[in-house]
Design a protein around this ligand. Structure first.
Ligand SMILES: NC(=O)c1ccc[n+]([C@@H]2O[C@H](COP(=O)([O-])OP(=O)(O)OC[C@H]3O[C@@H](n4cnc5c(N)ncnc54)[C@H](O)[C@@H]3O)[C@@H](O)[C@H]2O)c1
Length: 390
C-alpha cells in the first residue's frame, strides 16, 4: 500500500516511521525542504539507537529507510491509497491542502487528518467527496504510543472507516473509534488531570502548600496513591504550559464554555510569563542544572484526599463520555491506558472504587461548591440505582 504523509514535523515523521516499519511504501511531503532533511536525519538517529539497543538489525534499518521517500510536491502523492495529513493546526490551511490533493488523487483514495482539535466534519466539507475523509489521531511520540483514535465524520463512509481501522491494526497499533466531538476521547477525558489539579492548588485544598512545594505535593499524591508515572504538574511542564493551556482553552470554547473544562489562571499566567516547562528551563518546576528540588509535603491523609478528588473527576468525565456515546466503555479505558499511559482504565477504576463511592464523592463536591463543574454524570447515578457496573 502506498501511504502519503503530509507534514514531516513531530507527528508526520513519527507516523511515517510507523507505516514504513509496517511495510508500506511511504511518501513523506513537506513544504519546507529543511523539515524533510530533519525528518530523514532524525529517523537515521532513532534507528541507530534501536540497533544499539539490539531491537533491530542493520537489515531492518535499511528496510524501513528504503520504504520512505521524501517528496517536495503535493502532486507526487497522486498514487497514494491513504494520505495522512499532519500539518499546522489551522482549518483553512488544511482545507486548501485537502482540496488540492483531491484533484490529483483517484476517487478511491482515502484522505485522513491527524488534527487534535478541529472537527473532521469541517475538514471533510472542503472535499468534493467528503465520504473519503476521516480523522486518524496518533499520540506523541507516534512510534511509541500504541493508541490511534479513528474518528469518522458525519460524512465518512462505513467502508472508509473499516479500511482505516484495519490498516491501523495492521500497523500494530491499537485503534479505537471516537465520535467527532471536541478532544475526541483522550483530550476530553484527561482534562481534569490538569484542571482539577490546578484547582486543588489554587484553593490550597486540604492544606496544600504554596508554590513549588504545592505542585510537588499534588504530583506526589497522584503518583503515590494512583500509580501515575508522572504527576499533573510534571506532565504540564513536559507538554509545555503554552500548549497545554491552548488545548484546554480550545476544548472549553468548543464545549460552549461548560465550566467542567474551564482553564486555569495559574497556568495562563505561567504561560504568559514564559514559564513553559522543560523547554524553557522553568515551569512549575525549575530545570536549570544545580537547582535544588523542593520536597513535597508527604501527609498521607492530605495525599489521599487530593488523589480521590482528581480521580473521581476523571472517572466522572470518562463516565459522561460513555453516557454521550463518544466511545464504548472498552475503548474509553483503552484510550487512557494506551494513549496517555494511565495505570488503569478509569471505568475499571470506578468499578473498583464502587459506583456509589463515585456518586457520593461527586455529590460532596457539588454540595461544597454549588458549581456545575461538579455535576455527577447521570450514568453514574443510574448505575448506582440499578446496582450495575461498567
Ligand atoms: N505534537 C503533538 O503532540 C500532536 C499530537 C497529536 C496530533 N497533533 C496534530 O498533528 C498536526 C501536526 O502537529 P506537529 O506537532 O507534528 O506539528 P509540527 O509543527 O511539528 O509539524 C508540522 C509540519 O507541517 C509542515 N507544513 C505546514 N504547512 C504545510 C503545508 N501546507 N503543506 C505541507 N507541509 C506543511 C511544516 O513545515 C512542519 O514541518 C497538528 O494538526 C496537530 O494538532 C499533534
Amino acid at each position: 500500500m502506498i501511504t502519503a504523509i503530509i507534514g514531516s514535523g513531530t507527528m508526520g515523521s513519527g507516523i511515517a516511521q510507523v507505516a514504513a516499519t509496517a511495510g508500506c511504501q511511504v511518501k513523506l511531503y513537506d513544504t519546507k525542504t529543511e523539515a524533510l532533511d530533519k525528518a530523514e536525519s532524525a529517523l537515521e538517529k532513532i534507528l541507530r539507537r534501536l540497533i544499539e539497543k539490539g531491537r533491530i538489525d542493520e537489515k531492518e534499518k535499511q528496510r524501513i529507510q528504503s520504504n520512505i521517500s521524501y517528496v517536495e510536491s503535493l502532486k507526487d502523492l497522486s498514487d497514494a491509497h491513504l494520505t495522512i495529513e499532519a500539518i499546522v493546526e489551522n482549518l483553512e490551511v488544511k482545507q486548501k491542502v485537502f482540496r488540492e490533493l483531491e484533484s490529483y488523487q483517484s476517487k478511491e483514495a482515502i484522505i485522513a487528518s491527524n488534527t487534535s482539535s478541529l472537527s473532521i466534519a469541517s475538514i471533510a466539507s472542503a472535499l468534493e467527496q467528503p465520504e473519503r475523509c476521516i480523522g486518524v489521531h496518533f499520540f506523541n511520540p507516534a512510534p511509541l504510543m500504541p493508541l490511534v483514535e479513528i474518528v469518522p465524520a458525519v460524512q465518512t463512509s462505513e467502508e472508509v472507516f473499516e479500511k482505516v481501522f484495519s490498516t491501523i491494526k495492521d500497523w500494530k497499533k491499537v485503534p479505537v473509534k471516537a465520535q467527532d466531538t471536541p478532544g475526541f476521547i483522550v483530550n476530553r477525558v484527561a482534562r481534569p488531570f490538569y484542571g482539577e489539579a490546578l484547582r486543588v492548588y489554587e484553593e490550597r485544598f486540604a492544606g496544600v502548600p504554596e508554590g513549588e512545594a504545592g505542585f510537588a505535593t499534588i504530583d506526589w499524591a497522584m503518583k503515590e496513591f494512583g500509580g501515575f508515572k508522572m504527576g499533573p504538574f510534571q506532565l504540564m511542564d513536559f507538554i509545555g504550559n503554552d500548549v497545554n493551556y491552548t488545548v484546554t482553552e480550545t476544548v472549553f470554547e468548543a464545549f460552549y464554555y461548560d465550566p467542567r473544562y474551564k482553564p486555569s489562571f495559574t497556568q495562563k499566567r505561567f504561560a504568559e510569563a514564559g514559564y513553559l516547562g522543560r523547554k524553557s528551563g522553568k515551569g512549575f518546576y525549575d530545570y536549570i542544572e544545580g537547582t535544588k528540588k523542593v520536597a513535597p509535603l508527604k501527609d498521607q491523609k492530605m495525599g489521599q484526599k487530593i488523589f480521590d478528588r482528581v480521580l473521581v473527576m476523571l472517572i466522572n468525565e470518562a463516565a459522561d463520555a460513555l453516557f454521550l456515546n463518544i466511545a464504548t466503555a472498552k475503548d474509553i479505558d483503552l484510550a487512557m491506558t494506551k494513549g496517555v499511559n494511565y495505570p488503569k482504565g478509569l471505568l475499571e477504576w470506578a468499578n473498583e472504587k464502587g459506583i456509589s463511592w463515585c456518586v457520593e464523592q461527586m455529590d460532596q463536591l457539588y454540595d461544597t461548591y454549588r458549581e456545575d463543574r461538579y455535576r455527577c454524570s447521570p450514568i453514574l447515578r443510574k448505575m448506582m440505582r440499578e446496582g450495575s457496573r461498567f
